[in-house]
Write a protein that binds this ligand. Structure first.
Ligand code: AMP
Length: 116
């Protein structure tokens, strides 16, 4: 199966790596929306939040254990937001589960800034 983030995990496509261990890779988003914009992905392929099961959820728990240190390494000093888009209505563009860690600046209070 052709998967962009699987190719990044395998090193076939270069990435700007922030953190890596045996189950998780974190790298900078190619089109950052904030000074810190890091993507955290499981090394095993999970399509999206919809693909999380009792069998693979330990890797998701591990991702969240790693996120505070990834946020710090990525430059989110004073708070950050963790976002995952799931499916077409949420504009998920890469079908491999990933968590956006966004920070390094004051973020708007709401997802939709017109509601601020
Ligand atoms: P999403 O739209 O939630 O599926 O997020 C996918 C993210 O992957 C977007 O923010 C893209 O900018 C990012 N992206 C796409 N290709 C690459 C790449 N080769 N390296 C790093 N980030 C990428």
């Amino acid at each position: 199966m052709d998967c962009l983030f699987c190719s990044i995990v395998k090193g076939e496509i270069p990435s700007n790596k922030v953190y890596e261990d045996e189950t998780v890779l974190a790298f900078r988003d190619i089109a950052p929306e904030a000074p810190c914009h890091v993507l955290v992905v499981p090394k095993t392929h999970i399509g999206s939040v919809d693909g999380i099961t009792a069998e693979n959820s330990a890797v998701v728990a591990h991702i969240f254990e790693c996120i505070p240190k990834i946020a710090k390494l990525g430059g989110a000093g004073n708070g950050y937001r963790v976002i995952t888009n799931c499916g077409p209505d949420a504009c998920q563009s890469v079908p491999h589960l990933h968590f956006h860690v966004i920070g390094g600046t004051q973020l708007p209070a709401h997802c939709f800034p017109e509601n601020d």
